[in-house]
Design a protein around this ligand. Structure first.
Ligand SMILES: [Zn+2]
Length: 458
């Protein structure tokens, strides 16, 4: 009985506050990334959620007003494949940067709990500065307990849990467990042992442990992507999985086991053969209805028929146009001009309506989504508003779909969480580089987590 009084009290309080907001954004362009790509001019936030848009928002009494002053608000960026622990431990060193002779850190990067926590906090501060409000940490777990860098083992999972339980909330994290090695071998027995242990309990709004990462093959420039048409030296790459009767049996059983346990499966697959076998497992068995969509990470050499089948299966692709830019010439040595021209088929993925997320794979490439945005337009060979809106959607709403969280994040719609970035200019307007646009403010769950120092010396 007492409980229902408390409950009714809560509803009453909410009704009394229905003409109030904590924060009102107005005076600029708000790109909602809703189904119609609507643009509005005001947005009201209450208790971390978007409660009204446009004229309805302007009618509310707001405790705080934020004048956009002609600037643009977009949904917070969701980098659906970003190694935050590794990024924070290496920062400011990236594998591909504008300075090809830049220092590359070697060996163990983090050794103590304090260093692991510091690496995550470093990454989170950087992401807040970039307007990134969600990301996927793709692969943390026992498979990397003896890993060289210290960035991907069980101890890093503990670091995540400690920050999470301590209430660190500047980014929403989706995390995939890893039972093999990063970019290396994965044994079926270790995978089956690992996945049998349930993931730690967390608040999925802030740390969602949705599935597993499996490494199928390597990369085309190293001629380690598993392909149907051989490389110039006659090899065709191979699977990295071991155990069972064959590498292929092990690979298929890992995917099938994860599906049967209701886990999301993310497979590092660049060659068309490894993508093919991934799709075949999904053609044979339907995923659990509650599991977020499974997906191919990279998908460099995905064929048009595979993209169409992925679309039909609700299997996605997490792609990296910046890595394409950095490795194109290198890949051409192995693939030749014609196959390279067909590689990284972002346009085909978008045109087919396949679930596609545009990601950085930082610290491989920069986590700066603005640079990735320009690389995406270059890959599409287009610079019109439609192409730009399509790229923005694949950095915001489609990643939320990949997270299985599109009902409550990823776009600026009533009822969704107030995760957004305020930019100096509109990235959807053609004719200028997105990499030149400044991030003014980042808001997560209605709270400002980054604000650019706007003091100007005239
Ligand atoms: Zn990666």
């Amino acid at each position: 009985m007492a409980h229902s009084f408390v409950y009714i009290g809560g509803i009453m309080k909410d009704m009394l506050r229905s003409d109030e907001a904590d924060l009102l954004l107005h005076g600029g362009r708000i790109r909602t990334v809703d189904a119609r790509d609507s643009v509005t001019d005001a947005l009201a936030i209450r208790d971390g959620r978007i409660v009204a848009l446009g004229a309805d928002a302007r009618r509310l009494r707001a405790a705080e007003h934020l004048d956009l002053d002609g600037r643009t608000a977009i949904p917070g960026i969701n980098d659906a494949h970003l190694h935050a622990a590794w990024l924070g431990a290496r920062w400011p060193h990236l594998f591909f940067s504008e300075d090809p002779h830049g220092h590359q850190p070697q060996g163990a990067l983090v050794r103590t709990a304090q260093e692991r926590s510091h690496a995550l906090r470093t990454a989170w501060a950087l992401l807040a500065e970039l307007g990134i409000t969600s990301y996927t940490e793709p692969g943390i777990g026992p498979g990397e307990d003896d890993g060289e860098t210290g960035c991907f083992g069980s101890a890093m999972m503990d670091a995540y849990l400690e920050l999470h339980r301590g209430g660190a909330r500047t980014a929403r994290v989706t995390l995939l467990r890893l039972f093999g090695t990063l970019d290396g071998a994965a044994d079926l027995a270790a995978f089956e042992r690992g996945i049998a242990a349930p993931p730690p309990r967390t608040d999925p709004r802030w740390l969602a442990i949705t599935g597993v990462k499996i490494f199928a093959d390597g990369i085309p420039p190293m001629s380690t992507a598993w392909v149907s048409e051989p490389y110039p030296d006659g090899t065709a790459g191979a699977l990295l999985t071991t155990g069972a009767g064959s590498a292929l049996d092990a690979y298929r059983r890992m995917i099938a086991t994860a599906i049967s346990r209701g886990e999301q499966v993310a497979v590092h697959a660049t060659g068309d053969r490894s993508i093919e076998e991934f799709l075949r497992v999904f053609e044979e068995r339907a995923p659990h209805p509650d599991a977020p969509p499974s997906y191919v990470v990279h998908g460099d050499l995905a064929r048009p028929d595979q993209i169409a089948r992925a679309r039909a299966l609700n299997v996605g692709f997490a792609v990296q146009p910046l890595i394409a830019r950095h490795t194109r010439q290198w890949a051409e040595l192995q693939l030749g001009a014609e196959r390279t021209a067909a590689a990284w088929p972002l346009a085909a993925m978008i045109d087919a309506g396949a679930l596609t997320t545009i990601t950085s794979d930082a610290p491989i490439a920069t986590p700066d989504w603005r640079v990735s945005f320009d690389a995406s337009l270059a890959l599409l060979g287009r610079d019109d508003a439609g192409a730009r809106a399509a790229v923005l959607r694949r950095m915001t709403l489609d990643p939320a779909r990949q997270d299985g969280a599109q009902t409550w994040k990823g776009s600026l719609e009533i009822g969704k969480v107030a995760d957004l970035a305020i930019l100096d200019a509109d990235p959807v307007e053609p004719g200028h580089d997105v990499s030149g646009i400044g991030v003014v403010r980042t808001i997560v769950d209605g709270r400002t987590v980054f604000e650019r120092d706007t003091a100007r010396v005239d």
